[in-house]
Ligand binder design. Structure first.
Ligand SMILES: [Zn+2]
Ligand SMILES: [Zn+2]
Length: 362
């Protein structure tokens, strides 16, 4: 697979959550969470087009000011996505500053904020520098299957999980790549050229094998055209490669509902970033704070069948025990360590989920 994103945990495993997804072939980046982003160079922040915020606890949202400060003169604006009540929070953040001169900026800067509601509606609001960031309502939309943002080539899905407050987990899914084999083309005597776009479009549209594809090209001898059935090209020339799927899960209570939802969202990801705030010896503390332990996180990643998992959001209390946290996570993820099971043979997260359901839920 040829990845088109470079993911980077801005503050490592212990700092504020912020995951930068930098695009390799265009000047663009996404952010998952907006904790302290002071370490991100300005040139990278300037590339950010969309920010997906799990919830507005300070460690996940305090970087808003820095992002705004850096991007204010930019023309392209920024889109923000968050959980219920997010629009109010963005409005209050913007209302904290004096904007009497902002209309003098040559370029108008726009913040478009969206909040995902439990019924799948997306409420939105627009804040423009030209009107001193007063809130303007935008028509509601709907997120089918939790899709917050869909573009050609990628989509971002979100779902609500419980962290004693609604919190979003995210999945960034790249569309299937259509690769063209030059050797295959040579074998049937066809050159590359713009006609391959028609071929790719027909493959994406699932057109029938008999669909005629017109291959046109020019050379020294003039213009040429050959009509080839799609089926023949698919057999000889086209290779479909699944796109990359990256998930981001943080601040999740270990409840049965959360586990079910996270496993469904993260299923078969290529890469999962997942919080592992506490060692399992402190499972009670983790439960009281509505966080996962490293063992629970590792088992979740294993159950979801992800290819590669990165634990993060370690509690600073383990600053000198990082290796233990990682070892606990790895053992649970690989399933080759001491797998925590209860007497019924259920994994640790099931046990913790049951006790949190009994002990914490009112
Ligand atoms: Zn939190
Ligand atoms: Zn947090």
């Amino acid at each position: 697979m040829r990845p088109i994103f470079t993911p980077e945990l801005v503050n490592g495993a212990f700092g504020d959550p912020a995951l930068l997804i930098d695009f390799k072939f265009v000047r663009r980046a996404l952010l998952f969470d907006l904790g302290d982003v002071g370490r991100l160079p300005t040139r990278k922040l300037l590339r950010v087009t969309d920010v997906f915020i799990s919830h507005a606890h300070m460690d996940h949202f305090a970087g808003f000011d820095r992002l705004l400060r850096v991007c204010l003169g930019r023309t392209s604006g920024v889109r923000l996505y968050g959980p219920p009540q997010f629009l109010d929070r963005v409005e209050h953040k913007l209302a904290a500053y004096t904007w009497n001169l902002v209309q003098n900026y040559v370029a108008e800067f726009t913040v478009r904020a969206h909040e995902l509601l439990p019924d799948g509606r997306i409420k939105a609001a627009c804040f423009r520098s030209g009107t001193r960031f007063t809130r303007e309502a935008v028509d509601e939309t709907f997120a089918p299957d939790g899709v917050l943002r869909a573009e050609s080539g990628l989509r971002v899905r979100a779902l609500l999980i419980d962290h004693e407050t609604p919190c979003l987990a995210f999945s960034l899914e790249e569309s299937t790549h259509i690769n063209v084999w030059k050797n295959g083309l040579a074998e049937i005597g066809l050159p590359t050229g713009p006609w391959l776009q028609d071929l790719k479009a027909a493959v994406l549209a699932n057109a029938a094998d008999e669909t005629p594809i017109s291959a046109r090209w020019r050379d020294r001898d003039g213009s040429h055209e050959r009509i080839v059935p799609l089926g023949q090209l698919k057999a000889k020339v086209v290779k479909l490669v699944a796109g990359q799927k990256i998930c981001y899960v943080t601040d999740a209570a270990c409840t049965e509902a959360n586990i079910r939802r996270i496993v469904a969202l993260a299923a078969h990801s290529d890469l999962l970033f997942i919080e592992a705030a506490f060692l399992h010896e402190d499972a009670e503390r983790a439960r009281d704070r509505f966080h996962l332990t490293a063992r629970q996180a590792g088992e979740l990643a294993r159950t979801a069948g992800v290819a590669f998992a990165v634990p993060f959001h370690f509690s600073p209390r383990y600053m000198d025990r990082e290796l233990e946290l990682r070892a606990e996570f790895d053992a649970a993820f690989r399933g080759d360590g001491q797998r925590a099971t209860d007497r019924a043979g259920r994994p640790a997260w099931a046990e913790a989920a049951a006790s949190s359901a009994a002990g914490i839920r009112r």
